[in-house]
Design a protein around this ligand. Structure first.
Ligand code: NAD
Ligand code: ZN
Length: 391
């Protein structure tokens, strides 16, 4: 008797293998004054969506954004009143701004509670307005409620507009690890309204430019040169000169996701994570006193210095990278880095995160990466020493 057949004659196993392709549009819009009634951007996205219209929406806004933009709720409600066939606001709530929202479950529970209370379904809408942290927690709640309800993000920081808010990831921190819980999920749309950037603190304004430097270094030398040439205008907070940099950074991140062939990061190569193993660990070691953008600046400085020490990035190019970051106002070293063993756990955590095989992007030259499968801790220690010596 055929061993695959049970007594009844039924096979023990059956094997089906068919590809599944998930079709979706990742919509990214740049605008100014997104909630002014005459601005058609958001309305057109709703009109073209397959939501049940008018879209029943719960809105969550970063508490700091509400403080800086006290008319925001009225503007959002007016926008809905100006477009009654497209949008109906069921609730508008503040979510605590900053990383605290991603530590613990309070903000997640708050968002899930509202989604449940207002009967938000897969044809209605969650709107998130805020920095990367608020977008991450609201996005995670939207992704897990009913296995995913539609989300429109309005990023309000340079970092969220140029990087974190334009992607397909969300998440919260757990077990002391950054983004331990989270999903990949394509939002219905991301609307970058440059107007919001005016009220950022200098510190948060600066943060997005480390990610702009990052994408220039790994993908586009000319863009890195542009950022370098505009450092003075960036630090003087010229929105006119800086918005195109944030937009270009967003576009490079966006293209990597939609055209790079690996939107959900299934393969090992992760060039966008340049500088991030150290960034995430330093953020965590500092108890999140170090912002993501600041951690990324240190991480870029460290992995660029290491690249140089193992014979990759030439000396003059390393100097250009370090000068650009410090002229933007970033520190390139933090005292927590003295706990080398703890810092190096970040490499192991990154390995785990990648599924067991390490793939750390390094710079061969500006605009060109190579992937390292191992790190020489002796030379990494020397790289840390060099940054410590710079102060
Ligand atoms: N999902 C992703 O793909 C991804 C990628 C990179 C980073 N991230 C995450 O993004 C987070 C960092 O985002 P961030 O840099 O935007 O920091 P953030 O969200 O912590 O915001 C920084 C501060 O700015 C305030 N703020 C926000 N908008 C403001 C405005 N317009 N005016 C005044 N204040 C404003 C916030 O309340 C907060 O206090 C981190 O948690 C990081 O892990 C996510
Ligand atoms: Zn980042």
């Amino acid at each position: 008797m055929n061993p695959l057949l049970a007594k009844s004659g039924a096979p023990h196993q059956s094997n089906f293998e068919k590809p599944i392709s998930v079709v979706g549009i990742h919509h990214l819009l740049f605008t100014k004054g997104a909630f002014q009634a005459e601005n058609k951007g958001f309305a057109e996205i709703l009109e073209r969506s397959d939501l049940r219209l008018p879209a029943r929406a719960v809105v969550f806004a970063d508490s700091q954004v509400i403080r800086e933009w006290p008319d925001l709720e009225a503007e959002v409600r007016n926008y809905a009143e100006a477009h009654p066939d497209l949008l109906s606001i069921l609730s508008f709530e503040a979510v605590n701004g900053g990383e605290a929202s991603k530590n613990g479950l309070d903000s997640l529970n708050q968002v899930l509670t509202a989604i449940n209370r207002e009967g938000i379904c897969r044809k209605s809408l969650v709107v998130a307005i805020g920095g990367g942290a608020v977008l991450d927690v609201v996005g995670y709640a939207a992704a897990i409620a009913h296995r995913g309800v539609p989300l429109v993000r309005f990023p309000t920081t340079t970092l969220a507009q140029g990087d974190s808010g334009v992607g397909v990831k969300n998440g919260i921190n757990a077990f002391g690890k950054k983004n331990f819980l989270g999903t990949f999920d394509v939002p219905l749309a991301v609307i970058n309204d440059f107007r919001f950037l005016k009220t950022l603190s200098d510190r948060d304004w600066r943060c997005g430019f480390s990610e702009a430097v990052k994408v220039g270094l790994i993908k586009d030398r000319e863009f890195f040169e542009t950022v370098r040439s505009k450092v003075a205008m960036i630090t003087n907070r010229s929105l006119e000169e800086s918005a195109p940099i944030i937009q270009k950074s967003a576009e490079i991140h966006y293209r990597h996701i939609v055209e790079g062939g690996d939107p959900f990061e299934k393969t090992f190569a992760r060039p966008l994570d340049f500088g991030h193993w150290a960034a995430h660990k330093i953020e965590q070691m500092s108890d999140y006193q170090v912002r993501h953008g600041e951690g990324v600046a240190i991480g870029i400085a460290l992995d660029s210095t290491y690249s140089n020490k193992i014979g990759l990035l030439p000396e003059d190019e390393l100097k250009a990278v370090l000068d650009c970051l410090s002229n933007l106002g970033f520190g390139l070293y933090h005292p927590v880095m003295e706990q080398r063993d703890v810092l190096f756990e970040g490499i192991e955590e990154f390995r785990q995160h990648l599924g067991g095989q390490l793939a750390i992007p390094l710079l061969e030259q500006i605009g060109k990466t190579v992937t390292a499968e191992d790190i020489d801790l002796g030379r990494m220690n020397a790289a840390i020493d060099s940054l410590a010596a710079l102060g």
